[in-house]
Ligand binder design. Structure first.
Ligand SMILES: NC(=O)C1=CN([C@@H]2O[C@H](COP(=O)(O)OP(=O)(O)OC[C@H]3O[C@@H](n4cnc5c(N)ncnc54)[C@H](OP(=O)(O)O)[C@@H]3O)[C@@H](O)[C@H]2O)C=CC1
Ligand SMILES: O=C(O)[C@H](O)COP(=O)(O)O
Length: 496
């Protein structure tokens, strides 16, 4: 291990947790094993933090936040820019962890780290402008009022933000919470996903080395099932920013009076109209459905194609699927093992349910070795199959044939999810009408769903989330509004 990252690893080979500006071993004496999805052997171990350690994190965070809120915005930005440049300089070891912990292909792993550094820089730049702006309201615009009150509106920190990212983007979806929260003057307690925790720990070392004040950022490692409730119901939490699956719904129910930024699951549909450019649609469906083996909340998870062009579309997609390489993330294969045995079992269950109910496996039989699942295109999927509604989070793509666009939109809107969707058509007027009719946070026209670029607003309707992400929107979610009203002794009119 290089000198830069040496402080994060204990002599017994277990990665340390972070508190008060120091890397430490937990008093629990217990560790949590992180399995390499490719080998299914333990790749790393992290500390199982205790409740007492979590209490101390919140206590330090509260103190550090007060001092940070008094730190000029441009100085906060300087620290964040330094974090970004340290991440770029020390990117490869973080990317290597992503390969081992979450089986992300090597190129995509490095891209995630660089994208995260870019996100931090952009957030720092955006924050100095956006957070630097307030509002002045005059009382005389409301009936019955003279101009004797001036309302000064500013954006103030929330306090301590609990950040919980998921396994599939453990670095990018961590910094997309950390950077806006910190720029807005908050402290953060980060609970990284267990798969992805070591990448997260490496990333936090960049914040440490950049000189982030002690206590402002802590890292609580441990299984969500064990320390999750303690964290999310902690009385010192002032905001929860969570990305993940249905766990988020349970968290929202328990959270109480704190603002929530929740980005949850998706069942993103791809509507292919009769007039679509089918080659273009097929290209995007393959990339959207199978990149990172379908483990993206924004993956295409159901194709709804007009029956008149379905044969041609399915043939074009099947031809592309046949070209996908299957193998190890180290070799940059297109399809790599999914994150866990339980995930692979779940995906297999969905595929077998569809098969039993009459779906056609277009490109050969079901094939799985360990957590490695060969990409599967399913045709003739119908509404009684689980795959019509559930999120596989794997390299399995169902196609439903529909008789009309209205039928496709109705299916989309019946889903409990409403994250993104996309439509392929050559008619811009139809595209706008379909987009307006689809009840999802984003609709992409002639491209697959995607969260990025990271400054675009990103939000889910229904069970897909609460609030919005995207750099400007995340900054907005990390502040509350504060007004100071100046009551003049008598009314005063400018130039009057
Ligand atoms: N809309 C969006 O922006 C995105 C949504 N997702 C969704 O995330 C899911 C896949 O990610 P995955 O990591 O498996 O999601 P999970 O919901 O299983 O886990 C997300 C995070 O929550 C933690 N966690 C687990 N249990 C609790 C608990 N009781 N209290 C607090 N935290 C807890 C996990 O920790 P641990 O790992 O220790 O269990 C992890 O850090 C998919 O459904 C996907 O659609 C993913 C990315 C983006
Ligand atoms: O977790 C996810 O799926 C990400 O939010 C997707 O990001 P992307 O669409 O930009 O790859």
């Amino acid at each position: 291990m290089c000198d830069f990252y040496a402080p994060i690893l204990a002599s017994n080979g277990v990665y340390k947790y972070y508190i008060d500006g120091e890397w430490k071993e937990s008093a629990s004496g217990k560790s949590v094993a992180i399995s390499n999805p490719s080998t299914r052997e333990t790749a790393y171990q992290v500390q199982a933090c205790t409740q007492d350690e979590v209490n101390k994190m919140f206590a330090s965070a509260k103190v550090a936040q007060k001092a940070w809120a008094r730190t000029p915005l441009y100085k906060r930005a300087e620290v964040l820019h330094k974090v970004a440049s340290l991440m770029r300089e020390n990117a490869q070891p973080i990317a290597d962890c992503l390969v081992k912990e979450v089986a992300k292909p090597t190129k995509d792993s490095l891209t995630e780290v660089i994208r995260s550094a870019d996100l931090i820089d952009y957030t720092a730049e955006e924050a100095v402008r956006y957070l630097g702006e307030g509002q002045l309201l005059n009382s005389d615009s409301f009936p019955g009022n003279a101009r004797n009150k001036l309302c000064l509106v500013s954006k103030v920190p929330l306090g301590v933000v609990l950040a919980i990212p998921p396994f599939n983007y453990p670095v990018n979806l961590a910094v997309s919470k950390l950077a806006p929260a910190l720029m807005a003057g908050n402290a953060v307690v980060l609970k990284p996903p267990t798969q992805g925790a070591v990448a997260g720990i490496h990333m936090v070392q960049c914040f440490h080395a950049a000189g982030l004040p002690a206590g402002l950022l802590s890292v609580a490692t441990g299984r969500g099932a064990e320390i999750g409730d303690f964290l999310t119901t902690h009385p010192d939490v002032n905001c929860i920013s969570f990305t993940g699956g249905d766990t988020g719904i349970a968290i929202a129910k328990k959270a109480g009076m704190v603002p929530l930024q929740m980005e949850l699951g998706g069942k993103d549909v791809c509507i292919v109209c009769e007039d679509a450019d089918l080659d273009l649609a097929a290209k995007h469906i393959i990339k959207g459905g199978f990149s990172y083996s379908g483990q993206r909340c924004t993956a295409v998870k159901l194709v709804l194609v007009h029956a008149a062009v379905a044969d041609r579309l399915v043939a074009a997609v099947a031809a592309g699927v046949a070209k996908l390489s299957v193998g190890r993330p180290e070799d940059d294969a297109d399809i790599t093992p999914v994150v866990s045995d339980s995930s692979a079992n779940f995906i297999e269950g969905l595929a077998m349910d569809a098969k039993a109910k009459g779906a056609k496996f277009v490109n050969g039989e079901w094939r799985r070795e360990g957590n490695l699942i060969w990409p599967l295109l399913l045709d003739n999927v119908t509404a009684d199959m689980r795959l019509a509604w559930e999120e596989p989070f794997g390299p399995v793509l169902p196609v439903m044939r529909v008789g009309s666009v209205d039928e496709a939109v109705a299916h989309c809107n019946k889903s409990k999810y409403g994250l993104q969707g996309c439509v392929f058509t050559r008619d811009i007027n139809a595209a706008i009408r379909i987009s307006d009719a689809m009840e999802t946070g984003t609709v992409q026209v002639n491209s697959a769903p995607a969260r990025g670029p990271d400054h675009f607003p990103f939000q889910g309707f229904r069970d897909s989330g609460i609030g919005s992400q995207g750099i400007r929107n995340s900054l907005a979610m990390m502040v509350k509004t504060k007004s100071t009203v100046i009551n003049l002794d008598k009314e005063s009119y400018t130039m009057g």
